[in-house]
Write a protein that binds this ligand. Structure first.
Ligand code: PMT
Length: 400
């Protein structure tokens, strides 16, 4: 963690004293640590302690914490590479879920450009309260990470769920967010397709679909964070290239197929998240067809099945993962695709569910292997779904 920039937010729980251990461990690992405390947190642990442990002034007030920054109340939000809120009370979770920014900590979380991890600690009834649970679910769907709470002895004198996760677990979550975790993907070549393809009818019209590329880009970003050497072959999208990923831009299914063939050699994982057009016009008309000529009689022909070619290739990667976007018989149709295309895994999207499939920031999927469903993932941010898919890919790599 040498030199990595970690922001530790502390809110008002008796477990605030455990944040001292976390800050100390981060410093011992060489991280640069900035601490932000709420007024309630300062009733449980003093700023002098955290100042000594972090080696920096503790930020508590909206104004005056970092006087040399022109927008001081969001300076930490821009500066941190990861932020952890430990302990996170029911109150701070509720405020963040509602978008409230009424102190430095909530403002910093709201403005954070980096991954934010919550480590809840509270009375078990507060944790189990459906309001808290729905706030947690909402934040998870938005891509925030949660570690714990654990079951154990609570300050209220009972042994239930609500205890702050142990320092080792908090450190592991921070390492993961910083991409320092040693994973099976580290150093391996991964090829991912994303987005739609365009099959041109004439100079100005094409056949396509509503894929935004978000799912494939999230997979590429997460795989790169795990140390993989990622090539993303992308149809037209409005997304920015993920950091550390080589992006090859294509437009048509034929171009995507050619780019995949070019980059397949030496790759150990292939993930087909693209929504490739199944048919294209047999012939693209020259120029722009005139409306006055009436509707064109389109003759369609099938495109190459890219993933089936990959799975049948002499250079077949060890793990080939497809997606299935379905409107009916999800499990049956997805499994049929897995078998027909000789895939190792298929990620089945239920297009009839709100917040799932094309265009949305979230997805709800079933990960299926040759034996049937392996993992069902309820609606969550595509980044989180991507991480879960890659966990399964790593298990398969581990089996080999
Ligand atoms: O891009 P987003 O807006 O984030 O939406 C995500 C998504 C819904 C596009 C994505 O998660 C998804 O489901 N992608 C696959 C959609 C699809 O085309 O499914 P399919 O059932 O037609 O294809 C099955 C598999 O074969 C897919 O892995 C597809 O990439 C692959 N395929 C299909 C046709 C073809 N000619 N070549 C292929 O490689």
């Amino acid at each position: 963690m040498q030199g990595r920039r970690v922001v530790v937010g502390i809110s008002g729980s008796i477990a605030a004293y455990k944040a001292c251990e976390l800050v100390s461990r981060l410093r011992q690992r060489g991280a640069q640590v900035w601490v932000v405390m709420t007024a309630a947190a300062r009733r449980f642990v003093g700023t002098a302690t955290l100042r000594a442990l972090s080696g920096r002034n503790v930020a508590c007030e909206m104004f005056g914490a970092y006087p040399h920054h022109e927008l001081e109340h969001i300076s930490l939000a821009e500066f941190g590479e990861v932020m952890i809120v430990a302990p996170a009370t029911a109150n701070i979770i509720a405020k963040v879920a509602a978008g409230i920014c009424d102190d430095l900590l909530t403002t910093t979380i709201n403005a954070a450009a980096c991954p934010v991890i919550f480590a809840p600690a509270m009375n078990w009834r507060m944790w189990n309260n459906p309001i808290t649970q729905s706030n947690v679910k909402k934040l998870q769907e938005l891509g925030y990470e949660f570690v714990g709470p654990e079951e154990g002895w609570l300050a209220c004198g009972e042994s239930r769920a609500g205890r702050l996760a142990g320092t080792e677990k908090l450190m592991a979550a921070i390492e993961k967010a910083l991409g320092l975790e040693k994973t099976k993907l580290a150093g391996r070549r991964v090829v991912i397709t994303a987005g739609p393809t365009r099959e041109w009818i004439d100079a100005v019209r094409f056949i396509s679909n509503p894929s935004s590329g978000k799912m494939g880009y999230a997979l590429a970003e997460q795989a790169a964070r795990r140390g993989a050497e990622v090539t993303l072959i992308s149809g037209p999208t409005a997304l920015q290239a993920p950091a550390g990923v080589q992006v090859v831009y294509v437009e048509t299914a034929a171009q995507m197929a050619a780019a995949v063939q070019e980059h397949l050699l030496g790759s150990e994982v292939f993930i087909g998240a693209a929504a490739v057009a199944d048919w294209r016009p047999r012939r693209q008309a020259e120029g722009k067809l005139k409306k006055t000529q009436g509707p064109p009689q389109l003759q369609l022909e099938p495109t190459d099945d890219i993933i089936a070619q990959v799975a049948g290739s002499a250079y077949r990667p060890s793990v080939v993962v497809g997606f299935a976007a379905e409107t009916e018989n999800l499990e049956h149709n997805a499994l049929e695709k897995l078998r027909r295309k000789n895939l190792d895994l298929v990620v089945a999207n239920d297009l009839t569910r709100p917040g799932s499939g094309f265009g949305s920031d979230t997805n709800a999927v079933m990960i299926i292997d040759r034996n049937g469903p392996r993992k069902r993932l309820d609606t969550a941010a595509k980044a989180r779904i991507a991480a879960e898919i890659l966990d399964v890919v790593e298990q398969l790599l581990g089996d080999q």
